[in-house]
Design a protein around this ligand. Structure first.
Ligand code: ADP
Length: 431
């Protein structure tokens, strides 16, 4: 199509000019007719250009000017592109409007922020939950309007993997879960959800577990005491000896379970405990001795401790977490297996590791190990006397120390449980 337009245009200009040039040569009338014809062709081209320019300057309103040949095609193509662009813009505008309308109707607060953290738009729920004002607050810095220190730290950290839980700045009884994500060129989208109900239920659950565990402890201590007395003075009726031994074993198990449940409740509800210097080598040696005694010396236990730095944290909590990992290593290994307790650091973190050459864990079970009462195989754990709460306790202790638990394991080869601490918790020792 374009070729034929171009050729027609060439033919239209060149044939009359060649014809006039031939006539001029034949009748020897000089070049004036040819010059006049060339000027006329240029004038026609300029006229088309003027029409195009006037149409473009007029914002391409209405149909393009009438033109034939290649000019007609150029104008039609520009017109089509313009119409397509206008349609695309309209479609985009409708989509944006649709999204805004759906955000506006949400019960969660939505705030759109530009790259500098200024509010571009917010919905009605943001007015109710965060106390923002639609019109007045547009263009203002969000951090000047929500002044809660926890929010400021979260917003400025730019680490939004986990949501932030905080009270609503408007109403302290409303509990919010805040999520922020980046989009476009550094813009941010903030969602705030009212989680008051879930929060209340969660608190009820924690209180319930704490109260039940506490209430069960006293009767169980009494039962345990009597059973121990019976076990000590047994022998009168051998038929009862086995039964009493089993009752004692089960009541001890229940006692451990209650202890663990109460510890978990404390970890979940009480504020972070006092921080102190934890001397890693003596702690690791003590845990190694305890585990070795519990395993009747049948495991090879090694301590590899980098003495350059100690850890800062709550001694009682960390001791409990580390020994849980070590006791697990003894439980899930057999006589002759190796257990290594390791403390070291790299450029970014410090690590406390417990590695064993035991039975290992299949990869599909690993993500669920820190759930309460989760056991890879029910029977296996019952045999070992575990409560199913050990790794949940470890996880909570680590969260309170801004650390995380990483688990690597190969079935039949062994496992490695690493507690990964931020370097800010290290106390460097002068050599
Ligand atoms: P438990 O009291 O049952 O040991 P934990 O929370 O301490 O409960 O551990 C959860 C589960 O993780 C255990 O039941 C066990 O199956 C698995 N596990 C924990 N440590 C190890 C380990 N070192 N080797 C193999 N499996 C382990």
């Amino acid at each position: 199509m374009r070729d034929s337009g171009w050729k027609t245009e060439l033919t239209k200009v060149s044939i009359p000019l060649i014809g006039i040039a031939l006539v001029c040569a034949l009748f020897q009338v000089g070049v004036w007719p040819l010059l006049i014809a060339a000027i006329a062709a240029c004038a026609w081209l300029l006229l088309q250009l003027k029409k195009l320019n006037t149409w473009l300057q007029g914002g391409m309103d209405g149909e393009p000017p009438e033109a034939t040949g290649m000019w007609g095609q150029v104008l039609d193509s520009i017109y089509d592109l313009h119409r397509q662009g206008a349609q695309d813009r309209a479609r985009l505008g409708a989509t944006v409007e649709y999204l805004r309308a759906s955000f506006a109707s949400m019960s969660d607060a939505v705030v759109m922020l530009d790259a500098a953290g200024n509010i571009e738009w917010c919905n009605t729920a943001a007015v109710d939950l965060l106390g923002l004002q639609h019109e007045e607050d547009t263009g203002r810095q969000l951090v000047n309007l929500i002044r809660a220190p926890a929010f400021l730290r979260y917003f400025e950290s730019e680490k939004y993997k986990m949501p932030l839980e905080m009270s609503s700045p408007v109403n302290g009884h409303i509990q919010l879960s805040i999520n922020i994500s980046f989009f476009g060129q550094g813009s941010r989208l903030l969602f705030a959800r009212d989680v008051t109900r879930t929060h209340r239920l969660e608190k009820m659950r924690k209180d319930f577990v704490a109260n039940v565990s506490h209430e069960l402890r006293t009767p169980l201590t009494v039962i345990n005491g009597y059973l121990e007395t019976f076990a000590e003075h047994g022998g009168e009726n051998p038929r009862w000896d086995r039964a009493i031994a089993q009752m004692l074993q089960q009541s001890r198990r229940m006692h451990n379970l209650i202890q663990d449940l109460m510890l978990l409740s404390r970890l979940e509800t009480l504020p972070a405990s006092e921080q102190e210097q934890i001397r890693m080598r003596p702690l690791m040696e003590m845990i190694a001795e305890e585990v070795s005694a519990a395993a009747k010396g049948e495991r090879e236990i090694r301590v590899e401790c980098d003495d350059d730095a100690d850890l800062r944290g709550c001694y009682a909590e960390l001791r409990s977490a580390f020994s849980n990992l070590a006791v697990n290593a003894a439980r899930y290994t057999e006589a002759g297996d190796q257990i290594t307790l390791r403390w070291f650091q790299d450029d970014y973190h410090a690590y406390f590791e417990v590695e064993d050459t035991g039975i290992g864990i299949e990869p599909q079970y690993i993500p669920r190990l820190t759930e309460r009462f989760y056991r890879v195989e029910e029977s296996r754990s019952i045999d070992t006397g575990g409560t199913g709460l050990g790794l949940a306790i470890v996880k909570h202790v680590l969260i309170r120390h801004r650390a995380e638990l990483r688990i690597k394991s190969v079935i039949s080869q062994g496992s490695c449980f690493s507690c990964v601490f931020p370097k800010s918790l290290l106390i460097n020792k002068l050599k």
